[in-house]
Design a protein around this ligand. Structure first.
Ligand code: HEC
Length: 399
């Protein structure tokens, strides 16, 4: 019952999370497009009012006329629309999802018995949970310190971007060494997503509040508040595509279960950022194809790195029979992958995959081969599968 409740909670949180993220990212992409599509105001009236730029658009059967004022519009209505709930709900539902899926089951999902670092392989579930949450908190603290020290007045934003890139490669590397691949990708994505939401919470919104308060008090707002908000907001723009990829990667074990997982993750982060850059420039009328070309080359490199290695030739000892494979699968997999899992914490077959009958095993031979060879399954090697058994599965799938 408890396992079922967790699974149902997982579904509801995921639904909320995806919808909030769509709304947030959609709005963020919309505003970047709007900002980059602005033209100088045409009407005399707008010029007199101090409009900085405007855009006309048609949508849903009506015409829209957006006008942007920099820091001091002539009047500020009280029904100003603010954007922050979408960002907060996305983070809160995401963290809720991380909690029911990972923090409630750290022994399965966060402990990596195959870690090259002995201390990491020996961590308890609780230690792994604390470390995972520490990644999120320290990741933001480090990122924010870099913004404040490297480019406090937006004078070195290029250098700052490079430093943030290096930091993300370091997070990708450390997380894949410490945590199981799937968790490592999620945690790295969550580090970026936490920076994004914290940027909204600690910088963008408070800065905007100070600007609005100043205007209401009849004073000139501090332009640094606007510029700092913009700096963080620009980072958020480049984080979006990589974050969405890292979240989706959880459904594709080939991305995170190989030896090059951290390189694959880093390439995806950079590919997402350069593809985003293409669209940012395109909205301001520049069509720089070099960006998507570099992005596609990175994606091809990922395909090349992630493609499963050729299986070693079946060992000379001869053929492995389906019966032998059934015995191995029954001992090592069926605890979880069954219509009625006996492993605590599983209410239904994980990923809908069951190996109760021989034809179910045959139908998924290729998938079984991949997850067993990459050591992604059995999860955290809970069922202590041996290397000889892995070799037997490889030989059988090759026959
Ligand atoms: C402790 C429980 C557990 C055991 C034991 C286990 N699995 Fe899994 N398996 C899972 C969970 C949970 C998932 C879903 C994880 C995910 O979504 O990536 C999964 C997913 C899979 C997938 C889909 C992977 C993908 O690419 O999405 C395959 C295939 C699979 N398991 C095969 C096996 C085989 C073969 C064995 C035995 C050698 C095995 N599993 C043992 C829990 C287990």
């Amino acid at each position: 019952m408890e396992a079922f409740a967790l699974e149902f909670g997982n579904l509801l949180l995921r639904w909320l999370h995806v919808i909030a993220a769509i709304a947030w990212i959609g709005e963020s992409i919309y505003f970047v497009m709007l900002d980059n599509s602005l033209h100088p105001p045409r009407g005399e009236q707008s010029k007199k009012l101090g409009v900085f730029g405007e855009m006309w658009s048609v949508h849903g059967g009506g015409f829209y006329h957006n006008q942007k004022y920099l820091t001091n519009p002539a009047e500020l209505p009280n029904d100003l629309h603010w954007s922050f709930w979408k960002a907060y709900v996305t983070w809160l539902s995401g963290f809720g999802l991380f909690t029911v899926l990972y923090l409630f089951n750290p022994a399965f999902y966060l402990v990596n018995p195959g870690s090259p670092w002995a201390w990491a392989a020996a961590m308890s579930g609780t230690q792994a949970s604390v470390l995972a949450v520490a990644f999120l908190v320290l990741g933001y603290v480090l990122y924010s310190q870099m913004c404040r020290r490297i480019s406090p007045n937006m004078e070195d934003d290029g250098l700052l971007s490079a430093a943030v890139g290096v930091m993300m490669v370091a997070v990708a590397y450390l997380s894949t060494q410490i945590f199981p691949g799937r968790a490592a990708f999620l945690i790295t994505g969550a580090v970026m997503a936490t920076c994004m939401s914290a940027n909204v919470f600690f910088w963008i919104i408070p800065g905007q509040r100070r600007m609005v308060d100043a205007l209401k008090a009849g004073q000139a707002p501090n332009p640094l508040d606007g510029q700092r908000g913009k700096q963080r907001s620009v980072h958020n723009t480049y984080f979006t595509l990589p974050v969405v990829f890292l979240m989706l990667s959880n459904h594709y074990s080939f991305t995170y279960s190989g030896p090059y997982a951290w390189i694959i993750m880093s390439l995806f982060i950079f590919a997402g950022a350069v593809i985003r850059q293409y669209f940012v420039l395109r909205h301001s009328g520049k069509n720089q194809l070099a960006y998507p070309i570099v992005g596609v080359v990175m994606l091809l490199a990922i395909g090349w790195l992630a493609a499963p290695a050729a299986t070693p030739a079946a060992d000379a000892k001869g053929v492995v029979s389906l019966d032998q494979v059934r015995t191995i699968v029954a001992a090592r997999c069926v605890e979880c992958h069954s219509a009625k899992p006996t492993q605590a914490g599983f209410a239904s077959a994980p990923a809908g995959i069951m190996f109760d009958a021989a034809d179910q095993i045959v139908a998924r031979a290729a998938q079984i081969k991949q997850v067993v060879a990459s050591r992604y399954m059995p999860l955290a090697n809970m069922t202590k599968m041996t290397d000889a058994e892995r070799a037997a599965i490889a030989s059988w799938t090759q026959q």
